[in-house]
Design a protein around this ligand. Structure first.
Ligand SMILES: [Zn+2]
Ligand SMILES: [Zn+2]
Length: 463
């Protein structure tokens, strides 16, 4: 058990979990290992630092009653951007097995989920998030404070609604130097939140967010870039481009545990053959447009470029040859595109891929006169155009053209092909499994500054 003794006996740094050396002099409620970590926490910390230091004076704790007391918690209000401090009445309850536990007197609220892995680092206590039962929430407004703190993240289809309250509770048997597996059912009191818990609460609230999409960085969240990848959205003219005023191609960040990497998401057939396999997933952005459905133009679901990208290229199948599967790809809204190998994808690469399909493949593979080409012809064309080298050549020509037109963002763009290995071989599958278990943690912990070997060469991530 010696290794437990090496664990810190002081509160860990809220940013990197190393033993802390500094404490905020104003609120005395947040610990850091270094000025650097302190600086990273600043935007979030300053929201409540001053208030925390004076709260007990300006809002004295209500007088305790028999078997009940008040604990300091965070309120994420639905109608303002800033989280607040609140006193929550907690009552001591004695169970049949003579265990004691406190219950927060939050009528109409329920505890959302169990303590999460993000909080494991703070071994002495854990957090509970309280929100209203789901049937109350439809009438509620979007939670402005959570929306503000998680700006750019998440799924606007499922906005967080209603107020949220966060309380901290002691974890019995969990001390900084106690192993995880001791769990005695003993007295479990709540305790006042420390200001450092605000970050843990935010991480917990963000843990289901798998996409970040904003031109403005979010200064409150500190995502671990190791788990985030650049992907590209391709919009429709009468959809996102009109309603959100965005470009045709735009970069977003997606979490490695994002849906799109699951096997069920389609991989564009063409891209497999070009050594550049990409997943393509339809987005359902209608609610994001804040436009009544009947005001939407049917063309919002007309994504011409993606029709080309999704064309079938199996020479043996004349029916789908050169066309997308009309059952699946009849109506195409904005799509999200991500590399199968989870490497970063750029807007330039996607534009080149899509244009290759449209400008090169669609004419080369298709029958101009309406006559059916022979199987031999299709096979020959596939061999000639559905390969890395043809795509690379097209890419270089497009790049040269863009540069000559003064589009300087193309300087330095390259195609990075998937390592040459069988597209679907057992060897590759095994290594992919190993790779993903190693890399894909469940934790949503802040950037630890290390282990960024895999990617991040672009450095375009959020700060
Ligand atoms: Zn630190
Ligand atoms: Zn402070």
């Amino acid at each position: 058990m010696w290794h437990f003794l090496t664990l810190a006996t002081v509160a860990p740094c809220i940013i990197c979990y190393e033993p802390s050396k500094l404490t905020c002099p104003t609120c005395k409620s947040a610990d850091y290992c270094s000025d650097e970590c302190k600086k990273k926490d600043r935007a979030l910390h300053t929201l409540l630092c001053k208030e925390y230091s004076t709260f007990a004076v300006t809002n004295p704790k209500p007088i305790d009653e028999y078997l009940s007391t008040h604990r300091l918690g965070f309120l994420f209000p639905e109608d303002s951007k800033t989280p607040q401090l609140v006193w929550v009445k907690c009552k001591l309850e004695i169970g049949a097995d003579s265990t004691c536990r406190e219950r927060a007197m939050l009528k109409e609220y329920f505890i959302s989920g169990i303590p999460e892995q993000t909080q494991k680092h703070i071994r002495s206590h854990s957090l509970q998030i309280f929100k209203e039962p789901i049937h109350h929430r439809p009438e509620r407004n979007r939670n402005q404070s959570i929306q503000h703190l998680l700006r750019g993240y998440g799924c606007p289809d499922f906005p967080v609604k209603g107020p949220h309250i966060v309380l901290a509770f002691k974890r019995p048997g969990y001390d900084y130097d106690t192993p995880d597996d001791i769990q005695e059912p003993v007295y479990q009191p709540y305790q006042d939140v420390r200001l450092s818990d605000l970050r843990l609460a935010l991480n917990r609230l963000a843990q289901d967010e798998k996409i970040f999409e904003s031109k403005v960085p979010n200064e409150y969240m500190l995502p671990n870039l190791k788990y985030w990848t650049s992907a590209v959205k391709v919009s429709t003219k009468d959809g996102d481009m009109r309603h959100l005023q965005v470009d045709k191609y735009r970069e977003v960040k997606i979490h490695d545990s994002s849906d799109i990497f699951r096997n069920s998401t389609e991989i564009a057939d063409v891209s497999k053959h070009l050594g550049f396999p990409v997943h393509v997933q339809k987005c359902s952005p209608a609610s994001l447009w804040d436009t009544p459905a009947n005001h939407l133009n049917g063309k919002a679901w007309f994504n011409r470029e993606i029709e080309f990208l999704m064309m079938g290229v199996n020479a043996n199948n004349l029916e789908t040859w050169g066309h997308p599967d009309s059952k699946k790809w009849l109506k195409i809204p904005t799509v999200l595109i991500a590399r199968k190998d989870e490497k970063d994808l750029t807007v330039h690469q996607v534009e080149a891929l899509v244009r290759y399909c449209e400008e090169e493949l669609s004419t080369s593979l298709k029958d101009k006169d309406g006559a059916h080409y022979s199987l031999e012809f299709r096979k020959a064309q596939a061999e000639k155009y559905l390969c890395k080298s043809a795509f690379e050549k097209f890419f270089q020509e497009l790049k040269a053209k863009k540069l000559s037109e003064g589009e300087m963002s193309w300087v330095g763009t390259v195609l990075s092909f998937e390592p040459s290995r069988p597209y679907l071989g057992t060897v590759m599958k095994e290594s992919a499994v190993q790779d993903s278990t190693k890399k894909r943690g469940l934790e949503f912990k802040p950037n630890d500054g290390g282990e960024k070997s895999r990617k991040r060469a672009t450095g375009s991530g959020r700060k």
